[in-house]
Design a protein around this ligand. Structure first.
Ligand SMILES: [Zn+2]
Length: 270
């Protein structure tokens, strides 16, 4: 649990508040008894406050409030975003705990990767950033640390939970923004990778992330978003290009310019 608010496994329910969502193999009353037997406290719902670990056991349902998940799962995400320790396990994971085994926590909560909201201190980020070569975001533990740190730094939410794309300026819920490297990570020096504040930016998943990564858009030395001729080839692409007209990239400044320069020279397809 050290350094992370979303543990990868749960080994015990002692002192843990446990809620259930959806149907399980046994009745709710029986499940509550089992939670008490293991030293935990059964709860009807999760709260978004409190520093003790809260665990949601996800059962099955054919009528979740949000299609793929329910209100309690949405509350887990809110708790995670607010920086309180929380975890979600499956019904099978709960059964494992009853047998004295450990339960693996679920990697997605309310459709969002939990790793996005890991609480990572700068110290741990710097350790991850020293590692050369590509880090597999989803598998490598250090990749998770790095992504979570960059995300916390760049994907800022306002009071309504929304943030802005540094390229097109669209204001959307932060789930639709990613923290991306301005200069491809594997091409950065160790010092550049540790420059978390300037080497990455928040971009939306409505095209900006993909177009930038493929070099179909870039940012010029004055901070203006520049569009590749590739975006003139079809009507749909021309429409996509329109939103960059007269756009200034909000992440461009003297410190980030060297990273954008690399992108113009090595990635941009003019
Ligand atoms: Zn965008």
């Amino acid at each position: 649990m050290r350094g992370t608010l979303y543990p990868r496994t749960i080994t015990s329910l002692k002192g843990v508040r446990v809620a259930f969502t959806g149907k399980g193999a046994h009745s709710r009353v029986h499940q509550y008894d089992e939670v008490r037997r293991l030293g935990g406290t059964p709860e009807n719902r999760l709260t978004t406050a409190g520093h003790e670990l809260q665990v949601l056991v996800r059962g099955t349902s054919t009528r979740w409030h949000y299609g793929e998940f329910g209100l309690k799962e949405a509350a887990v995400l809110e708790r995670l975003k607010a920086g309180y320790p929380v975890a979600m396990i499956s019904q099978a994971g709960f059964e494992a705990l009853l047998c004295g085994k450990r339960a693996k926590t679920l990697e997605y909560v309310a459709g969002v990767p939990c790793d996005w909201y890991l609480a990572v201190e700068e110290k741990r980020y710097l350790v991850a950033a020293r590692i050369a070569g590509p880090l597999d975001k989803l598998v490598d533990a250090m990749g998770r640390v790095e992504q979570a740190y960059l995300r916390r730094l760049h994907v800022r939410a306002d009071a309504k939970g929304c943030g802005s794309c540094a390229l097109c300026g669209v204001k959307v819920p932060t789930e639709l923004l990613v923290a991306a490297h301005i200069k491809q990570r594997s091409s950065c020096t160790s010092r550049q990778r540790r420059d978390a504040e300037h080497v990455a930016f928040a971009v939306c998943v409505f095209g900006c992330d993909a177009l930038y990564e493929r070099g179909w858009i870039t940012v010029d030395e004055g901070g203006a978003v520049r569009v590749s001729s590739m975006l003139r080839s079809t009507a749909a692409l021309r429409k996509a290009a329109d939103k960059y007209k007269k756009r200034l990239c909000s992440a461009h400044n003297v410190h980030s310019e060297p990273y954008f320069e690399w992108h113009r020279l090595h990635r941009f397809i003019g």
